[in-house]
Design a protein around this ligand. Structure first.
Ligand SMILES: [Ca+2]
Ligand SMILES: [Ca+2]
Ligand SMILES: [Ca+2]
Length: 377
């Protein structure tokens, strides 16, 4: 009998070795979303990007999520065609960690999921998941450079009024307008702190604050209209008052101090927002967002031209615009655009708004040189 003992020991050692090599082998054999759509049978592991929440056979919500029971994943984080998405069922044990209503910031994250490849919502799908995990680090958004040439094709070679007109048409076509309520969840994604996914960055103060502290009380953050909404009196109906390109999280108290002031240099230091200054008629943002503020204002002037029921917003060199649909001071905004070029946070924000929410871009983040081409040097 003792002579037979080495065999089971050898077998178990072999089994352990096989188990070790099987881990990388199965990871390497993950299916793409295209492969999973083409092969709807058996069990499979699929790697893709979370792009939205499916609600019907050919309907996917890219924002303003309504539930935690399903995800749409795709091979491209900017995919907009449901034909190239796989619908993933979230059974109860996965909903709190992976559902988009509870976790809107998962948009754009890489997901690896194992389950049964079968129709869901009468659409290629994956049901009854047995394993699900996020990529260890968020994959950076694609660099707009080069990839947006097609988007701006009709603006090529233009300047001045004709460039402004071409950009107005481009950024006003096919736009999804959010409700003011949906802006809360969107800002939790567009302005997420890159170092802490539970927080947002407050635009003027630069502080990192818990997403869960959105509200109207002291210590909360709320929705700052960088183009003050009284300048044109456009309110918060779906339109300029809910346009994510100029809405940013800010501390409730700091937001109230900025009020509806035009932008200019000078004044006294703002308590609670280091690097910001204000006086009776103007606000100077901190250096790191001076260019961001300028590009948001220039975007609004081009996006809203008075042709769609909203006022024609324009930039001027005044700081006493009151409720007129103007915002200043142009000369400072031109300088700020030049001295603070777009950084990774600002570019990522533009891409997320384009890919997941409004489906339009801020041209001045992709092409800061177009500011002087339209608004003067
Ligand atoms: Ca002033
Ligand atoms: Ca900046
Ligand atoms: Ca305008």
């Amino acid at each position: 009998m003792p002579v037979r003992r080495p065999l089971p020991i050898l077998l178990s050692v072999l089994a352990c070795l096989l188990a070790l090599v099987a881990v990388p082998a199965s990871a390497a054999s993950s299916l793409t979303v295209a492969q999973a759509i083409a092969g709807q049978s058996g069990t499979g592991t699929v790697l893709g990007y979370i792009v939205g929440e499916p609600t019907a056979t050919s309907t996917v919500r890219f924002g303003d999520f309504t539930g935690d029971t399903a995800l749409a994943i795709a091979d491209s984080r900017t995919e907009s065609s449901t034909a190239r998405m796989l619908y993933v069922q979230l059974t109860s044990s996965y909903r709190s960690a992976f559902g988009l209503l509870s976790n809107p910031s998962l948009i754009g994250r890489q997901l690896t999921v194992t389950g049964t490849l079968t129709a869901y919502f009468s659409h290629p799908g994956l049901k009854s998941p047995s394993a699900m995990s996020l990529g260890t680090t968020p994959t950076p958004a694609p660099t707009p450079s080069g990839s947006t040439d097609a988007y701006y094709a009709t603006a090529a070679g233009k300047s001045g009024a004709s460039l402004k007109a071409a950009l107005h048409t481009i950024i006003s076509t096919g736009v999804t307008k959010l409700s003011y309520d949906a802006v809360w969840d969107a800002l939790k994604v567009t302005d997420q702190d890159p170092a802490n996914s539970s927080n947002v960055i407050l635009v003027y103060s630069g502080l990192s604050r818990a997403k869960s502290l959105n509200g109207g009380d002291t210590g909360d953050w709320n929705r700052e209209h960088v183009w003050a909404k009284s300048h044109g009196d456009f309110g918060t109906a779906a339109g300029p008052g809910t346009d994510l390109h100029h809405l940013r999280p800010e501390d409730v108290t700091v937001n109230a101090l900025r009020d509806n002031k035009d932008f200019d240099t000078g004044g006294s230091a703002v308590s609670g927002a280091a690097g910001n200054y204000t006086d009776a008629d103007s606000w100077e943002p901190r250096n790191a967002v001076k260019g961001d503020v300028a590009r948001m204002i220039f975007y609004m002037a081009v996006r809203y031209e008075g042709d769609d029921g909203w006022p024609d917003l324009e930039v001027d060199d005044s700081v006493t615009n009151g409720t007129d649909p103007y915002l200043g001071r142009l000369s400072k905004l031109l300088t700020w655009n030049a001295q603070d070029p777009p950084d990774t946070f600002e570019k990522n924000r533009n891409q997320v708004i384009y890919a997941s929410y409004q489906h339009n871009r801020n041209p001045f983040i992709d092409h800061p040189e177009w500011v002087s081409a339209i608004f003067g040097s």
